[in-house]
Write a protein that binds this ligand. Sequence first.
Ligand SMILES: NC(=O)c1ccc[n+]([C@@H]2O[C@H](COP(=O)([O-])OP(=O)(O)OC[C@H]3O[C@@H](n4cnc5c(N)ncnc54)[C@H](O)[C@@H]3O)[C@@H](O)[C@H]2O)c1
Length: 561
Amino acid sequence: MSRGPGVRLCLHWLVDLSDAHLADAVADLRLGLRGAGVEEAPGARDAHAVLVWRDTPPGPALVDRLARLGVPVVLAGPTLAADPDGAWTGHTGLVTGPVTPAHDVRVRAGRDAGGMAARLVDHRHGTGAHLGEHVHVHDRVLRVEQVDDDVAVLLTAAVGLAVHPVASRRGPVLAWLLGGTPTGVASPTARRLLLLALHELVAATGRPASAPRTPVRAALLGYGAIGHEHAAAFREVTGLGLELVCDRNPERLAAAREVSPGLRTTTDAAAAVEDPDVDLVVVSTPPDTHAEWALRAVRAGKHVVVEKPFAIRTEEADAVLAAADEAGVLAVVYQNRRWDPDYLAVARAVRSGRLGEVFHVEAFVGGFGHPCNLWHSDVDASGGAFYDWGAHVIDQLLDLFPAPVAHVSATTHKRRWFDVTNADHSRVLVHFADGAEAEFTHSDLAAALKPRWYVLGTAGALVGSWRVERVVSRNAVGTLEEDVLAPADSPPVLDLHDADGSVTRLATPSAPPHPFHRELADHLLLGLPMSVTGATSRRVLAVMEAASASAADGGRPVVPR
Ligand SMILES: NC(=O)c1ccc[n+]([C@@H]2O[C@H](COP(=O)([O-])OP(=O)(O)OC[C@H]3O[C@@H](n4cnc5c(N)ncnc54)[C@H](O)[C@@H]3O)[C@@H](O)[C@H]2O)c1
């Protein structure tokens, strides 16, 4: 099976906005949707739906013309609010009232949300039904005073104790009451909701649009330490499904079946990556085998998620990306630490401009201790010292600095742990074309820890300090037991230092569960962009490869390939 990501939807736009900011936001939305594979039809009759986004009253001619078209119509943004005479009322089945000011709108599934309800949630507040599941959009709400019985209510928002539909459908007419403000239009959440509603509209009106089959059926190749995490994500994220697990170790297959009863399992990796009932393969074997299995999967027409690191050499990643391009499938790396709470806070602080121009970042992970005797500590299987934590932290550093990498210099030390082949201590310095620099140190010989983050900007600094946390309990005879967590098991504490000496402790935001897999589902099913792409991980790999070459040559500067 070969299928490119993205939906096959075709829209005709009728935009007439006097508010220049809103018009700009809608133009950006159109561009974004085009990037997500939504096409634009020059004529209304060739489209799956006509999108009307206007802030002036419609006039009877427009309403009549659209009603006679025989094509589903979306009345979006301020279109209904700008219709004081109720020209659209006969079509929407809604009698509308005044508009609220813009605020943090909590959008919930309406009584007729159907499949949309499951795809909606990004906040689940406690288990109390009164809090429930919703998404946040900064927008205004058009109060709806009356809803006809034949209106399907897809999404709602509460204003006071009254619940108002913010997306509803009557036959072929979708009233999309969000998108009345530039921030409401620009929000990725609102864009995602609009795509879900467009699919509902097109499916309900029986117009053939090609939407990918759901759920996307995944095979996990390698069910080791990270196996449960992927299995849970494929079980829990709507739109994804776990079809098959492959591991050559039968005990690991038994572990997989224990958490997913009834799961299909196999020890035959070659058959798994070509299985006709599989749409996507997760390659979660040791790093030196990633490229080979990823290549086999994409050549079989499967989307592929490769565990980090992408591969050992850049030409292997290039071969995977080229084959994926040719097959029209996705190849992406599981860079899950993009959603670590401390990284989210660091990225937010850097991008907010509070630190001024950021020109120097140091990152550190490690401690003092014997590395494990598994493949992780073996140069050939793992790629070497830069590839394990480096695959995460260099990804974070490159995400912070969009400028091209000018060159990389690196050093390693082998001084104590001689029964494993990876270096005991490694340090890589990335020089960017604009003069900024980022350094990452990983050490198994650090009896004292450097901060996790040390970020300098022209207006301030940010320091992320490791926490040493303990889990305290009693053993079977009642004596106290203390389990000291590895520093990397607790998110560091982040302090922002202003130029005037004041220090602010930053909140560390938490992402919704399985953020990577949620983006994966949205990409494959709705065409929305992912934060991580094959190209960003290829850039990480090129830096790790250059660091290895530099360290092998006494720290000589190396330009990544
Ligand atoms: N993203 C993260 O946070 C994260 C965390 C841990 C590991 N990883 C990555 O995940 C990958 C796996 O790491 P792990 O710690 O789970 O390793 P692991 O050694 O615990 O598991 C690897 C599994 O792959 C199986 N396997 C290897 N070759 C196979 C083959 N040809 N056919 C079938 N099964 C095969 C092994 O039997 C084993 O069960 C690595 O690339 C690692 O870097 C990522």
